[in-house]
Design a protein around this ligand. Structure first.
Ligand SMILES: NC(=O)C1=CN([C@@H]2O[C@H](COP(=O)(O)OP(=O)(O)OC[C@H]3O[C@@H](n4cnc5c(N)ncnc54)[C@H](OP(=O)(O)O)[C@@H]3O)[C@@H](O)[C@H]2O)C=CC1
Ligand SMILES: O=C(O)C1=N[C@H](C(=O)O)C[C@H](O)C1
Length: 247
């Protein structure tokens, strides 16, 4: 069987460069193109699969370009709101058989953290999400935190839980953080960090903390390579690598 041809958009970035090295190290994959800001995407090297790690403002146009060239697309870039996903789903009708995976986080531990948080959500009155990242990150809250909060909110609604209790009436500086689907969601930016998240659940007399730490971007690579290898089996738009992992 011939190797899968892979192009990377955002190839000079922290994630893109790590993905290029991972693809080059895989016997069954061939890196056919590296593209970064200002580059002409051309025919994307004739890639079968395009991996996209850029910035939220550029990601949708890059995905559409890759689809138009006949490639499947693995997207790691954050900022894919439900409106953006819906627009992509409508566009994808014009590209039958093509697949797009939008994964807020490719690290297995982060995927499990979200799954555990979703399971715990129905059992606790209180919950807060705290994400902590390197200070070069441009978006807040992180895509992972936004997805975690959305999953928790949906699970709470399904369980018939009311809003999280919070007596705050005076918060002129936003100290209580953002609300994502009603879930308090906080962002920390600190030199020395890579990507970290805590989900705090509180009930009468107890707290459950679920924490994940990415210490090195290599932790995302098994997930990215799995996505590249399996995307051909997943036409349409998929949000979250968990759907490729049987979770
Ligand atoms: N899903 C996951 O598991 C993970 C997702 N991420 C997400 O991936 C994205 C990238 O993160 P990171 O690598 O740290 O960021 P970087 O800023 O290091 O890399 C982004 C790269 O994309 C380039 N770029 C910007 N616009 C375009 C464009 N239109 N076409 C091609 N290239 C472009 C940038 O160039 P320039 O700097 O010159 O503008 C830069 O080289 C973020 O959204 C982040 O949240 C990060 C880690 C894991
Ligand atoms: O920008 C990052 O670094 C990361 N971005 C993703 C996010 O926003 O969730 C994934 C991970 O947290 C690293």
């Amino acid at each position: 069987m011939s190797n899968t041809r892979v192009a990377v958009i955002g190839a000079a970035g922290r994630m893109g460069a790590t993905v290029c090295a991972a693809v080059e190290g895989a016997d069954d994959l061939e890196l056919v193109g590296r593209y970064d800001a200002g580059d002409d995407l051309g025919d994307l090297g004739g890639a079968d699969v395009v991996v996209e790690f850029t910035v939220p403002a550029s990601s949708p146009a890059n995905v559409r370009r890759a689809l138009a060239l006949g490639a499947d697309v693995v997207v790691g870039t954050t900022g894919w709101s439900s409106e953006r996903v819906a627009a992509l789903e409508a566009d994808l009708a014009g590209f039958p058989g093509r697949g797009v995976l939008i994964a807020p986080n490719f690290a297995i531990g982060a995927i499990l953290m979200m799954e555990f948080a979703r399971k715990a959500a129905a059992f606790y009155e209180s919950v807060e999400v705290i994400e902590l990242h390197h200070p070069n990150k441009v978006d807040a809250p992180s895509g992972t935190a936004a997805r975690t909060s959305a999953l928790i909110a949906a699970a709470r609604t399904e369980a018939g839980l009311p809003a999280v209790p919070d007596a705050t009436t005076d918060d002129p500086d936003g100290a209580r953080g953002a609300r994502v689907d009603g879930i308090p969601t906080h962002a920390v930016r600190l030199r020395g960090l890579v990507a970290h998240q805590e989900v705090l659940f509180g009930g009468e007399g107890e707290m459950l903390t679920i924490r994940h730490d990415s210490f090195d971007r290599v932790c995302f690579m098994p997930g990215v390579l799995t996505a590249v290898r399996r995307i051909g089996d997943h036409p349409g738009v998929t949000v979250g690598l968990e759907h490729y992992l049987g979770l």
